[in-house]
Design a protein around this ligand. Structure first.
Ligand code: ADP
Length: 464
């Protein structure tokens, strides 16, 4: 809500309403003139000075027609006040001229009502008093003592003042309600405007987000294609060199460097693509199959043992752990946790992988004796691009994008599970990364319109 804009708008709205009201009152006055002249022409025979009365009514018609002109040049308040004064003068003229018509004072009531509706309670009472005085003056000047007009004077004056109070109260209720309604209307319009602005902003942000996602998707896809072939050829080259030369040659060492760097790059690009796909679908897509988790754990541990011969890596798991989960995705989480344990703990430091069989769930724990995570950062490390920086010794020393744990969390949550980290209490240092998920996962209902493919315009350029 912006009061600075709402207040002038409200004032303008009320001003417009008052102008419309004044124009409508012109119509009412003209109708009274026509009726009055018609009445006087047909039945005005016994009324003294009826031609003067007709002249007065013509005068009313004249100033009524002047009001719309004045409204185009002057503020509405003074024009309305001028109308009230002219009406008062006219009614006083009528009462004066038709002094033999004893009920003519009732015309004052019309003027009081008009004042009350336009200006409210105080104006209504003041107008009723002013008119009572005018009436008093006219009657005292025109009626003989002891006539009915004189005798009834106090009652009539009382009537006019009471009428002023009642009309004032009436207008307070009506005008008050009308003002409250206008304010409400104004607030409603403001809120609608605000909602429209917000929708615009959200649409713009969604557009920007989509553009960023599309860009990321295009770049990752484009990088992935050459990387895949570099990786494939360097693997081939390494295998050839290995079989052709009995000893480690320089060429073989160089090819191994290329292979390890390209594998690292490929992992980064895969992580970017994964995050992009998770964004597009609103979560990690899970395709559960039946498999034995114990097998996957054994394979993962054997793989690390092969790649890191200097590491002591142990597995403690039941012989068989049948589950219904996304095998590839679970393997991805496991690999990420074990690779982190290797990366963030000293060379040769022990790594333990354990699986616990709960009644309806399985829990996997990966422990190391490494750097550990400061307590205040334990929640944050599952956020995207978050990397622990506790001064010299860590920082960007280890490279990476800080996406692995965010992807792992999306995968675990996609299975309806949770992932966390704790201090490695057993070793007294280092950390434990653990996840727990149902034995049988129900894939969440994700955004089915999203696709793993890059946006369509990339497909055209992919063949270059
Ligand atoms: P990356 O390893 O590519 O930086 P991750 O999302 O896998 O990204 O990890 C996020 C951050 O969490 C890492 O940068 C590191 O600071 C911290 N971290 C992850 N695993 C461990 C661990 N086992 N020991 C200590 N710190 C860790």
């Amino acid at each position: 809500m912006q009061p600075s804009r709402a207040t002038p708008d409200l004032a303008r709205h009320l001003d417009d309403e008052m102008r419309t009201q004044e124009r409508q009152l012109v119509g009412v006055r003209l109708a009274v003139v026509v009726l009055g002249i018609g009445f006087l022409a047909l039945f005005g025979e016994p009324i003294q000075g009826r031609f003067a009365l007709i002249g007065l009514l013509v005068g009313v018609a004249a100033y009524s027609l002047l009001i719309p002109v004045l409204l185009t040049r002057l503020p509405v308040g003074p024009v309305a006040a001028l109308g009230v004064v002219a009406d008062m003068a006219t009614v006083t003229g009528v009462v004066w001229l038709a002094s033999n018509v004893s009920d003519s004072y009732l015309f004052y009531a019309l003027v009081i009502l008009g004042t009350a509706v336009r200006f409210g309670m105080v104006a209504s009472i003041v107008a009723s008093m002013a008119m009572s005085l005018l009436y008093l003056a006219v009657v005292l000047a025109t009626a003989e003592p002891d006539t009915a007009l004189r005798v009834l004077l106090p009652v009539r004056v009382l009537f006019l003042v009471t009428f002023g109070v009642v009309a004032g109260l009436f207008s307070r209720i009506i005008i008050g309600r009308a003002a409250a309604n206008s304010r409400l209307l104004q607030r409603l319009q403001d809120e609608e405007q605000e909602r429209d602005d917000l929708q615009d902003r959200v649409a713009r942000e969604q557009h920007a987000q989509r553009a960023k996602d599309d860009f990321l998707s295009v770049v990752s896809h484009e990088l992935r294609t050459p990387l895949t072939s570099i990786q494939g050829y360097s693997q081939l080259l390494e295998a050839r060199l290995r079989s052709a030369e009995r000893d480690e040659s320089k060429a073989l060492a160089h090819v191994r460097v290329i292979l390890s760097q390209v594998t690292r790059m490929r992992r980064l690009v895969d992580d970017l693509l994964d995050v992009n796909t998770i964004d597009r679908h609103g979560g990690a897509r899970i395709e559960p199959v039946d498999f034995d988790l114990a097998d996957v754990l054994r394979d993962a541990v054997a793989r690390v043992a092969r790649e890191q011969p200097a590491r002591e890596i142990a597995l403690n798991a039941p012989v068989s752990l049948p589950v219904h989960l996304d095998r590839e995705r679970v393997d991805q989480v496991l690999s990420n946790l074990i690779e982190n344990a290797v990366k963030y703990s000293p060379e040769g430091g022990p790594i333990r992988v354990a699986a616990i069989d709960h009644p309806h769930e399985v829990e996997v724990r990966v422990s190391d004796n490494g750097l550990g995570i400061p307590a205040d950062q334990r929640e944050h490390i599952f956020e995207r691009f978050y990397q622990v920086d506790d001064g010299p010794g860590r920082g960007r020393r280890f490279g990476g994008l800080g996406l692995g744990l965010a992807i792992s969390r999306a995968i675990v949550e996609g299975h309806g599970g949770r992932i966390w980290t704790e201090v490695n209490a057993e070793a007294g240092r280092g950390s434990v990364f653990a996840f727990r998920m149902p034995r049988a996962a129900e894939p969440a209902d994700l955004n089915l319109h999203g696709s793993d493919e890059p946006p369509p315009f990339v497909t055209g350029s992919a063949g270059r």
